[in-house]
Design a protein around this ligand. Structure first.
Ligand SMILES: NC(=O)c1ccc[n+]([C@@H]2O[C@H](COP(=O)([O-])OP(=O)(O)OC[C@H]3O[C@@H](n4cnc5c(N)ncnc54)[C@H](OP(=O)(O)O)[C@@H]3O)[C@@H](O)[C@H]2O)c1
Length: 347
């Protein structure tokens, strides 16, 4: 394989949206990825980024993007990029992300469109390339509430064996609905006890992520024996999904609280092992205080890359770990970087 040159050029689709803005903030200080091109809807195309975006982050637009023009979301406009991070709306992500994959890009998606396709366990990336006889591929992030849930579930299963029942009730932030999102008259002074399609996603994606790949690597072996029940609500919080969780282990008796706390605190995730720049130093923060975690106090913990747990009420930052941080968690070591790049068709 030819030598890789760093920093590596990447493109961001949906760069003006809630997830896209978070991508740009994270990538502005990335040690070896550099934003080369950005795309959004026809409404924004041709405008300088600051003119096109309704910037909602608490830090100013990074300098690097102030003179960057918004391109159409077409592969030709992203020549020179190796990797594409997508924060596109699900309504448009399907065709656009496919066009980028078919043009040979490595596409990291946050939309729901391809989560059910056998695309997004990393071991099937090469299988996807072989089947399509093309260098491009799509990797999808999971639903943001599911992402927060499966981290502590994986830690508990690693320590105590299979979980057979999961009951979860979410209190989801309004940023999860994108911009402008839920009308203020619906969400102020209120709780909305339904988020379309969310409960089904949490049930299916939990069984998928905690499951495995089929022997052929062409599909998933879902955890069908695991019962998952989800109730999803929208609450007047800007960022950070809170989730109240109960689990039952297949093995009786259940572990005691001290053992559960120790198992959660000791859990190490793959992004830590791989040395990804945006990995948390502690994957799960276990709180001692009875009134934590709280979205306002805990969502920025470890730059939004950790899950906070107390009383098995957990908090996940939906736009960071739930979207942009996870997708941009490329490995730090040269060997891992290069294997990712060779999978993405890098020269
Ligand atoms: N928000 C979260 O917490 C979160 C978490 C996990 C996953 N997700 C998923 O991530 C995706 C993006 O969510 P979001 O909340 O960031 O949405 P958003 O704030 O509504 O942003 C949507 C982006 O898509 C662009 N877009 C819309 N129509 C387009 C078109 N026809 N062609 C090209 N670009 C177009 C918009 O550009 P303009 O500004 O030019 O209209 C904008 O950049 C969704 O699939 C969502 O389900 C969101």
């Amino acid at each position: 394989m030819a030598q890789q040159i760093y920093p590596l050029n990447v493109g961001v689709l949906g760069a003006t949206g809630t997830v896209g803005q978070r991508f740009l903030v994270l990538l502005a200080s990335h040690p070896y990825l550099r934003v080369h091109a950005i795309g959004a809807s026809p409404r924004s195309v041709g405008l300088a980024y600051p003119k096109a975006v309704k910037w909602k982050q608490t830090t100013p637009i990074p300098k690097a993007y102030r003179d960057l023009n918004v391109s159409a979301c077409e592969p030709g406009a992203f020549a020179g990029c190796k990797i594409i991070f997508s924060g596109l709306d699900a309504d448009v992500a399907g065709d656009i992300e496919l066009a980028f994959r078919d043009a040979g890009f490595a596409v990291f998606s946050n939309a729901k469109n391809y989560r059910r396709a056998p695309l997004d366990h990393l071991a099937v990336v090469r299988q996807q390339q072989q089947e399509l006889k093309k260098p491009g591929f799509i990797v999808t992030n999971a639903n943001c509430s599911t992402t927060g849930l499966v981290v502590p579930l994986a830690a508990l299963e690693r320590a105590f064996g299979p979980i057979d029942t999961v009951l979860v009730t979410t209190l989801q932030a309004i940023s999860g609905a994108g911009y402008p999102g839920v009308p203020s008259l619906d969400i102020m002074d209120n709780v909305v006890p339904f988020i379309g399609g969310e409960e089904e996603k949490m049930v299916w994606e939990t069984k998928k992520i905690l499951g495995s790949l089929a022997d052929t690597s062409t599909g998933f072996a879902l955890r069908d024996e695991m019962r998952v029940s989800a109730t999803c609500t929208r609450v007047p919080v800007i960022d950070g999904h809170t989730e109240c969780v109960s689990v039952r282990f297949a093995r009786r008796r259940a572990p005691d609280i001290a053992a559960v706390r120790a198992a959660l605190s000791a859990y190490t995730c793959d992004t830590q092992t791989l040395g990804c720049p945006s990995a948390p130093t502690q994957a799960i923060e276990v709180h001692d205080a009875e009134d934590r975690p709280q979205p306002r106090l805990d969502r920025e913990s470890q730059a939004g890359a950790a899950v906070s747990v107390g009383h098995f009420v957990l908090l996940v930052n939906n736009v960071c770990l739930g979207a942009a941080t996870r997708a941009s968690s490329t490995p730090r070591s040269p060997a891992h970087r290069d294997s990712l790049l060779s999978a993405s068709g890098g020269e």
